[in-house]
Each structure stands twice: as C-alpha cells, then as structure tokens.
Design a protein around this ligand. Sequence first.
Ligand code: 8YV
Length: 321
Amino acid sequence: MSDKPVLLITRRLTDAVHARAQRDYEAILNMDDRVFSRDELIARCQEVDAVLPCHSEHFTAEVIAQLPERLKVIANHSVGVDHVDLTAAKERGILVTNTPDVLSDATAEIAMLCMLGAARRGAEGDRLIRQGRWDFWSPAFMVGSQVTGKRFGVLGMGRVGQVAAERARGFGMEVHYHNRARLPDHLEKGAVFHSDLDSLLAVSDVLSLHCPATPDTRDIVNAETLAKLPDGAILVNTARGNLVDEKALIAALTSGKLFAAGLDVFKNEPGGNPEIAALENVFLLPHIGSATRETRDAMGFRALDNLDAFFAGHKPEDIVN
Ligand code: 8YV
C-alpha cells in the first residue's frame, strides 16, 4: 500500500494534470468523463482523502453530510464555488479551495467574444450562410451595434472583471463598474466606480456580469434592473446562469429593450434555455469561458498546488471557506 493520499478527480482533465496527480497521489481518474449521479458521487468519495471536482459536481449540505471522516479537502477545478455548500463543508471540517487568476484571461476573452458576437450578430450571420439563406446584400443588411466608444459596465470588478475591462478598453470603450468596494487606482485604471447598482445600469451600453453567484446575486438581472439599462443595451454573461432571470431577459430581447445578449452560461446546464435559443438576437456558447488548453492545464495545476500545500501541512493559497 502506498502512503500517498487517495485523490478522486471527478472529471477527465488534461494529460499533464493527470500525470502530475498520478505521480503525487493515489489518483482515481474518470477517463470516461461520465457525470456522476449524486449517489455515485457520495459512493466514490467514501475511500478518498481528497476530491478534485468541477462545477458539475454538487456538494450540497446533504452530500457533504455523507462524506467520510477521512475526506478533508475539496480542491475545485473552478473559480466559482456555488456548487459547494461552503458553510456545511466548514462545519464538517472540510477545506474548500478554488482556482482563481489562472482563468481570468480565457474568461475575459469569451466575454469579448460574447459582446462582439451579440453586437455584430455573429451567430445570426453564421446561421444564414450555413443554412444557404445568404441571397441578399444591402447597406441595410445585418446592421449591428458598434462597441467602439460605448460604455462597458462591469458588474463585479474581481479578477475576471478587471481583465474584461482591460480588453474592453482595447476596443475604445469607457469602463464603468459596480463592486462591493472601490478598487485602488492601480487596479481601477481610470474606470468609473458606481457605488450603487442603479447608477451603473443607467450608463451600461454593454453590461457584463462578473460577480459570483450567491443568494444575494440570484436573478440580479431581472425585469426591474433590465428596465434601468439604456435602450438598445447588450447583456453579456460569462459568470453564472443564476444571475439572470431568463424570463425577464427573453422579454427584454423580444421587446427590443435589449439589442442583444451574449451568453456563455445558463440556469440549466448542460442544455441551456430553448426559448432563448429560439431568439435571433442572442450569441450563445456552452459554458466554455475557461476552455483553452493552456487554462485547463493551469486550473488543474492550481488545484493540485492547493492539495499539495494541504497535505504538506501548509495553508493552501486559495481557501474559500
Ligand atoms: C469551468 C467555471 O468551466 O471556473 C469556473 O467557475 O465555471 C469554469 O471555469 C469549470 O468549472 C471547469 O471545471
């Protein structure tokens, strides 16, 4: 028997991450990449010291209550941790970590893709050609909304929000943000701070969501907040589907209050929302904000760094509970 800690990696990660995990742990891999049911997740956790899950595994209070005594750390392969009941984990003495920083660039890239795809009708044009419907051109054809010179509103100016702001500046946009606290000058970089949400909404030609999903932020984009955006605004969501009341979003997209939306995340995942998918003025992606080869390696390594620190008796860098 090896004296390495037993580590369950719930989903298929990159070869480099698997190789390092197998070198340093008694690693249990999921090469088929099958999503575990709740009961299977609990069963698979019974003989392990640590688990490295993705946002697809839900560690609710009920699941956590059935984890074995020996399991002391949940090292997430994600920056968002809304799939883990952090309080229940803490009460059970389980440390929870995440993978910040390493996915900020990749996610900000996807925010730009969603913004431009929505503003310039990227998916609509692609569909038109693929379906053999491009039989007409005129100066009035597929006219979009230019982002250059517009105001980019960031809701949640954390690590991803800051990189997205930087990228938006590259498009000549003026950055505004609402955050719990104002950032120091060197991070704010001239962005305009709005201490209240309504004031940010009023100036957001593009509203980009970068805040965590918590009970406080659930449906923060709703009929009331959407009404406060400038007419013809664009909504970008690369954070979590739970931030948006999708019924209210559909109404705003249908009425023309919003010009378009670019969405990488949905309340229902995988799958999305068929009523949203039926609209022309949306640019949709299947939750791939951090899905680059470079970032997937970096996320796996960051999760392993946290585990290494824990098992060496140190404090992991990215504790979230
Ligand atoms: C991932 C994410 O798709 O980090 C997050 O919070 O939502 C994404 O980066 C996923 O969790 C990868 O495991």
